[in-house]
Design a binder for this molecule. Structure first.
Ligand SMILES: NC(=O)c1ccc[n+]([C@@H]2O[C@H](COP(=O)([O-])OP(=O)(O)OC[C@H]3O[C@@H](n4cnc5c(N)ncnc54)[C@H](OP(=O)(O)O)[C@@H]3O)[C@@H](O)[C@H]2O)c1
Ligand SMILES: *[C@@H]1O[C@H](CO)[C@@H](O)[C@H](O)[C@H]1NC(C)=O
Ligand SMILES: *[C@@H]1O[C@H](CO)[C@@H](O)[C@H](O)[C@H]1NC(C)=O
Ligand SMILES: *[C@@H]1O[C@H](CO)[C@@H](O)[C@H](O)[C@H]1NC(C)=O
Length: 313
């Protein structure tokens, strides 16, 4: 990564790690949910949150793997507070069950990191009959956020502190179908192209964060929602992609490691530089430019209604 590590306005660069961007931040008393924390960026985010004293609730579809991650973190940080709850974002029933399980822990909620994701899968339908990447990367998180919002609002009101919602999007949001979101044939196999479908779901992540921010502002709620591109990081994400063949060779030169890969998430979730900053898109722990489609407020509203309709059906 050495040729690219010029520092941006935040003082951080592409080579900054999650520990570096959170140096000196005291997260004691905060509660965070991280989805997909059993692997890759999510695991490193959980570890660094725990290191900063944050009580972490891991939402994972593989509880065995989640518990193994928890044990590893506790070995390193014996004071860490970590819960592991089952969450399959491709199933609305599972998302609803997770929200109930989280509710029964009777914890406030300060930070939600919508991290879980899949990439470039063959055409598949979710449990609810929705194209799998859109279902997992967007609709599952849309419903989850929706179900946790009352808690987050109440937490922010009571403690008079800012809540934060962080969406893992991707530069892939710029590689989409010509119409951006294929509202009228979202679940059609004909014309399905796995990278465009990934881009579509990641565009949805940004539009969603933007529309939520707008709503929060309108309601006077002290919660921010932002999205980010974590970089090009060697993780399990590429299991369905041609990238997996270079991961252990060329990839080592051009990809970030996971400590660097979790930096932007941790920066956006925790850094005081971003107090009050909402509806923005980040890359390398610095502000970045989203595509024209991603900043389209009409498209954001349309997606909101479309998603709400889907989770209410
Ligand atoms: N790596 C990159 O270069 C890159 C670039 C741009 C954006 N991103 C974004 O970064 C985020 C994290 O990806 P990563 O690179 O850390 O990949 P990863 O190592 O594959 O981690 C993804 C996590 O999501 C979980 N997940 C997948 N489907 C799920 C479902 N239906 N329900 C619950 N959890 C599910 C996975 O669980 P299992 O382990 O059980 O499969 C895994 O824990 C994703 O949103 C991705 O789009 C990554
Ligand atoms: C769940 O994780 C465990 C531990 O990493 C692994 O052995 C198992 O194969 C995983 N199960 C599934 C269904 O992926
Ligand atoms: C993105 O963020 C919004 C909140 O701004 C959330 O409701 C939505 O579900 C998130 N999507 C994903 C997949 O991260
Ligand atoms: C991310 O930021 C770096 C500077 O830190 C810049 O060189 C790069 O082009 C940006 N990448 C994207 C995909 O925006």
């Amino acid at each position: 990564m050495w040729p690219f590590n010029r520092k941006g306005a935040s003082g951080f660069s592409s080579s900054s790690t999650a520990e570096e961007v959170t140096q000196g931040i005291d997260g004691r008393g905060l509660i965070a949910i991280i989805t997909g924390a059993s692997s890759g960026i999510g695991t490193e985010t959980a570890r660094v949150f725990a290191l900063r004293g944050i009580h972490v609730v891991m939402g994972v579809r593989n509880v065995t793997a989640g518990k193994a991650v928890k044990e590893t973190i506790i070995k390193e940080i014996p004071t860490a507070k970590i819960d592991v709850l089952e969450l399959d974002l491709s199933s609305m029933a599972s998302v609803r069950k997770f929200a109930l399980d989280f509710g029964s822990l009777e914890l406030p909620l300060n930070i939600l990191v919508n991290n879980a994701g899949i990439m470039a899968t063959p055409f598949l339908l979710s449990h609810d009959g929705i194209e799998l990447q859109f279902a997992t990367n967007h609709i599952g998180h849309f419903l989850l956020t929706h179900l946790l919002l009352e808690n987050m609002k109440e937490t922010s009101r009571r403690s008079n502190s800012e809540g934060r919602i962080v969406n893992l999007s991707s530069e892939g949001h710029k590689v989409v179908y010509p119409e951006g979101i294929r509202f009228d044939r979202i679940n059609d196999e004909s014309g399905y192209y796995s990278y465009f479908a990934y881009g579509q779901s990641k565009l949805a992540n940004i539009l969603h964060a933007n529309e939520l921010s707008r709503r929060f502002k309108e309601e006077g709620v002290k919660i921010t929602a932002n999205s980010l591109h974590p970089g090009f990081i060697s993780t399990n994400l590429f299991r369905h992609s041609f990238v997996n063949v270079i991961q252990n060779t060329l990839g080592k030169l051009v990809m970030k490691n996971v400590q660097q890969g979790a930096a932007t998430t941790c920066y956006v979730a925790l850094h005081p530089q971003l107090n009050g900053v909402a509806g923005q898109y980040f890359n390398n722990s610095n502000l970045a430019t989203m595509s024209a489609k991603a900043s389209d407020t009409e498209l954001a509203k349309k997606l909101w209604d479309f998603s709400l309709n889907m989770v209410s059906a």
